[in-house]
Design a protein around this ligand. Structure first.
Ligand code: NAD
Length: 470
């Protein structure tokens, strides 16, 4: 697939293969862009600003709805491509498509709701006699830099609110899974003037970094790892930055929990997308009174997970993004075992596959739970008290989301108040998101929020206009 710059396909350069992690076959290839292409794409996005900013909110909204319809019409094709490039089960690809359609719809609606407000300057000293109001203005050019795990929906979470707020966009898609995003950009380009949406492929450290450092890009909207996020924060200078980074989400199960519901929460939270989810359940903290019952039930339910060909409708666990990624998970599990943990079920790798794995006797200092392990792992940590559970839940550099299972409202509220995370769910695992809710972590999990209304806020700048009426 070719890059899209100023409405034209650009391909005359070296290319890199995109590999299907399940079959190992080459699906397609994309250009490896260099710095001169970055200059061209930034110029195209700047040149297109006027054409978009002249468009009414009414028209932009209708065009976003039109893109939404096109995505719906091509849902099968997009879902198949997503499964081919990411290795995720086809049923999960369809869910990502449904959510992508929903995200677009929310942005098309939000395009009509970008309001300023009147400001009573007379509430401040010497402010009497003014009529003042704010306007929400576009920033200009937004660069969207995105990861491999939910490439389509996470990219739409950036470009749809950006366009709704009248910003032009440059997408730097993930290197391992660029195709669905690039194909989607073609749909957007059919509706909007040339240059409103552009794609550039290549290495993050070269192309991504040049976008981040450019004075002619007004905002970086990044989703990816903490390591890259920290580099971006340092390189971005004065431009606006939203960082949606990694997670190490706890799921706390207290003695008074509905154990079956909590087990279901782990099955849906730790193994989804082969554990490659920022808000995946990564640490399961269980009170000792129900530990054995919970453990037995979790192992039983884990044994039912169907791993295999991701194109089959009944497959629940596909491959990881690459064999290299699966080897990293294998190493993290083996290291934990060397340090005294015990594998109750799973634990084996086959190429890019890694089995759904329950690990017992995990202690909070093991790398398996100190770092973000991006694989289908359920590590169990036993605690005596709710205080200990909260202390362990918070003892991490991350703070994306969290889940607590308890039937006691005092315990629920206490955990909700004391856990340091952008979202805390009670009787639901962290691995849950609706596309309108404010989403974004505390601590090293990032800064800023997404969720269409909140993303639009971060894609605009506020101007105050004051009329002195005296
Ligand atoms: P990554 O940080 O390796 O890459 C993300 C993107 O950044 C890619 O497009 C990459 O090419 C680009 N990039 C790499 N180096 C760069 C640089 N120096 N400058 C600019 N761009 C650069 O992340 P990944 O492995 O693709 O994704 C997995 C990570 O993303 C996990 O940590 C996961 O938790 C996180 N994630 C977070 C969220 C969230 O919303 N909080 C959602 C999904 C994934």
């Amino acid at each position: 697939m070719d890059m899209l710059i100023n409405g034209e396909h650009v391909s005359d350069m070296d290319r890199e293969d995109v590999i299907n992690p399940y079959t190992g076959e080459v699906i397609d290839s994309v250009p490896i862009a260099h710095l001169n292409n970055v200059d061209k794409v930034i110029k195209a996005a700047n040149d297109a600003k006027e054409s978009l900013q002249e468009m009414s909110a009414f028209k932009i909204s209708n065009k976003l709805f039109a893109v939404c319809e096109k995505l719906k019409e091509n849902k099968d094709e997009f879902s198949q491509l997503l499964t081919e490039e990411v290795g995720k089960p086809i049923s999960e690809s369809y869910v990502e498509l449904d959510r992508s359609i929903e995200t677009l719809k929310l942005a098309a609606e939000e395009a009509k709701r970008i309001y300023g407000e009147s400001v009573p300057l007379d509430a401040g000293l010497n402010g009497k006699g003014f009529f003042a109001f704010t306007q929400k203005l576009p920033l200009g050019v937004v660069a969207a830099i995105t990861p491999f795990n939910y490439p389509l929906n996470l990219t739409i979470h950036k470009i749809a609110p950006a366009i709704a707020a009248k910003n032009t966009v440059i997408i730097k898609p993930p290197t391992d899974a660029p195709l669905t995003v690039m194909k989607f950009a073609e749909l957007v380009n059919e509706e909007f003037p040339a240059g409103v949406i552009n794609t550039i492929t290549g290495y993050g450290s070269e192309v991504g970094d040049a976008l981040v450092a450019s004075d002619d890009v007004d905002k970086i909207s990044f989703t990816g790892s903490v390591t890259t996020g920290l580099m971006i924060a340092q390189r971005a200078g004065m431009k606006k930055v939203t960082l949606e980074l990694g997670g190490n989400d706890p799921l706390i199960v207290l003695d008074d929990a509905d154990v079956d519901a909590a087990v279901k929460g782990v099955i849906n939270g730790a193994y989804l997308n082969a554990g490659q989810v920022c808000m995946g359940v990564k640490r399961i903290i269980i009170q000792e009174g129900i530990y054995n019952e919970f453990k037995a039930k979790l192992v039983e339910e884990t044994s039912k997970i169907k791993m295999g060909d991701p194109t089959r409708k009944d497959t629940q666990l596909g491959t990881l993004i690459s064999q290299k990624a699966a080897k990293q998970v294998e190493e993290a599990v083996n290291n934990a075992v060397d340090d005294g943990a015990e594998i109750l079920i799973g634990g084996k790798r086959d190429g890019a596959f890694f089995e759904a794995t329950v690990v017992d006797n995990v202690t909070p200092d093991m790398d398996l739970v100190v770092r973000e392990t991006f694989g289908p792992i359920a590590p169990l940590i036993k605690v005596k008290t709710i205080d200990e559970a909260i202390q362990i839940a918070n003892d991490t550099e991350y703070g994306l989301q969290a889940g607590i299972f308890t039937e006691n409202y005092r315990n629920a509220l206490r955990c909700a108040n004391e856990i340091e995370a952008g979202t805390v769910f009670v009787n639901k695992q962290s691995t849950f998101r609706t596309d309108n809710m404010p989403f974004g972590g505390f601590k090293n999990s990032g800064s800023g929020k997404e969720g269409i209304k909140y993303a639009v806020e971060e894609m605009t700048k506020t101007k105050l206009i004051g009329l002195n009426l005296r």
